[in-house]
Design a protein around this ligand. Structure first.
Ligand SMILES: *Cc1c(COP(=O)(O)O)cnc(C)c1O
Ligand SMILES: [Zn+2]
Length: 455
């Protein structure tokens, strides 16, 4: 590979300051507008790299002021939490090609009651599920679909459609953003393994939904084969454009804390793109002098699909792959995580931890948090359960500032909630709170209320 394959089609749309490079360190740069997912020399994942020098021409203070000023603007496209950081994401995007529904800028709130109950009063929840399609996947998809839109206007463009394999939320995001841009989307789902909401989202957005008789990893193999031909562009997180959008979550958290860094960030992980992205964002902030310490990152896995936990336990001596078992946390039911090497770096360079939670632990932790006003999706439940473990074993201290990243909206997982509160899950649903069915009789109602409020 030559070291300079730039510019691809149109010099004005590429730059020497941002490009794909091999994550494993091979020589070679590729335009972010090229159809390329892995290193042509060694097959590793690529990463989008931003040359630091041009970015360092601004001081940390100047960057903070710019980002602060854009957080509430309506000036297109800077009001998006992702495109408010355009210079750090894809500076070579033309504003007219940005495909955005104002994702990001999600609320970070103080979990006052839950934190006190758990013994960590400085507990915060970053509600990434408060987003267009109900999960943090919107952050990466706005970047990927924007790049595709710009690509499709270039000469000799081969791309006609976008495709992904999904455990549910990726396809919902891809379908919505592709529909917004008018680009056809092909979605591969493991039949019967995603929630009703997750299935109906791409259906509603007009995507070509193909439900395959396999699991996520099986769908992934098919989509890789189908996208060999560059007419269909691969939108899985193997495509490192998505990481660029997702990295804004960590930066946003720091901005929301007035540019201070929390001690811990806990995130539920499956394919490991999200934790890799968090780390990449913090790395950029360090290099630009915006922050001077890293938060400790905690990867939370479901015990039923825990290859990264197993790798962590072997000291990351080797990557473990498993056949992912059935878990309530279906969006992280992944046995062979694609961003493994990036995530290892994320954990190692932040003095991070990988921990896991059983089905009963994740369901109980969700229900407990809900009783303090939250509405946790099962993945956030995994993070909550891991939080409890780390408090109980003394790792997270009372004075530590901890952020749990809530990755999806609980409303996408109604089945999970219903089954828990109807005690239909294969566990002791201790906090089940089914409605009382009563005759329309004032005395019966009064008795019931009195009985309940007594306790
Ligand atoms: C995709 C997803 C995750 C896991 O993200 P990865 O990048 O695959 O590690 C966690 N929670 C939810 C709700 C998701 O949709
Ligand atoms: Zn390489």
């Amino acid at each position: 590979m030559s070291t300079e394959t730039l510019p691809a089609n149109d010099a004005s749309k590429t730059t020497n300051d941002v490009y794909f490079r091999c994550f494993a360190g091979c020589e070679g740069r590729h335009s972010v507008f090229d159809v390329i997912y892995t290193c042509p020399s060694c097959g590793s994942l690529l990463e989008v790299y931003h040359e630091r020098k041009p970015l360092q021409e601004k001081t940390a203070k100047q960057w903070k002021d710019i980002l602060d000023s854009r957080a509430s603007t309506t000036e297109w496209p800077y009001g998006s939490g992702v495109w408010g950081m355009k210079e750090w994401v894809i500076p070579t995007m033309e504003n007219k090609n940005v495909v955005s529904m104002n994702e990001g800028n999600t609320n970070l709130f103080w979990a006052d009651r839950l934190g006190k109950q758990l013994g960590v009063p400085d507990l915060w929840i970053k509600l990434c599920g408060n987003s267009h399609t109900g999960s943090f996947k919107d952050l990466g998809m706005t970047v990927l679909v924007s790049v595709v839109k710009q690509m499709m206007q270039m000469e000799n463009n081969p791309v006609k459609a976008v495709a992904c394999a999904s455990t549910g939320d990726t396809s919902a995001a891809l379908a919505a953003y592709a529909a917004y841009a008018g680009i056809p989307a092909v979605i591969f789902l493991p039949a019967g393994k995603v929630s009703t909401a997750q299935l109906i989202q791409p259906v509603s957005n007009g995507a070509h939904v193909l439900a395959l008789d396999t699991d996520f990893d099986g769908c992934m193999n098919i989509v890789k084969e189908v996208t060999q031909d560059s007419s269909i562009y691969l939108a899985n997180s193997m495509n490192s454009l998505r990481i660029e959008g997702q990295k804004t979550v960590g930066i946003e958290i720091v901005r929301q804390f007035n540019w201070s860094v929390p001690d811990w960030i806990i995130i539920p992980v499956g394919n490991l793109g999200n934790i890799s992205a968090l780390h990449k964002g913090f790395q950029l902030l360090m290099d630009l002098g915006v922050i001077d310490k890293m938060p400790r990152l905690v990867a939370a896995q479901a015990e039923k699909a825990d290859p990264f936990y197993q790798s962590y336990k072997n000291g990351f001596k080797e990557k473990v792959s498993v056949t992912a078992g059935e878990t309530l946390a279906n969006a992280i039911r992944i046995g062979d995580p694609v961003s493994y090497h990036k995530a290892v770096k994320a954990v190692q360079e932040t003095d991070g931890i990988v921990e896991q939670a059983s089905e009963a632990e994740l369901a109980e932790a969700s229900a407990e948090a809900d009783l303090t006003g939250m509405y946790c999706c099962p993945h956030t439940g995994v993070a909550m359960a891991v939080l409890k473990k780390l408090i109980n074993n003394g790792t997270i201290k009372k004075s530590d500032r901890t952020v749990v990243i809530s990755t999806a909206h609980g409303l996408k997982f109604t089945d999970f909630k219903v089954n828990y509160h109807e005690s239909k899950l294969d566990m002791d649903c201790k906090l089940a709170n089914p409605p009382a069915y009563l005759p329309a009789d004032a005395n019966a109602v009064k008795d019931e209320i009195a009985r309940r409020l007594q306790g």
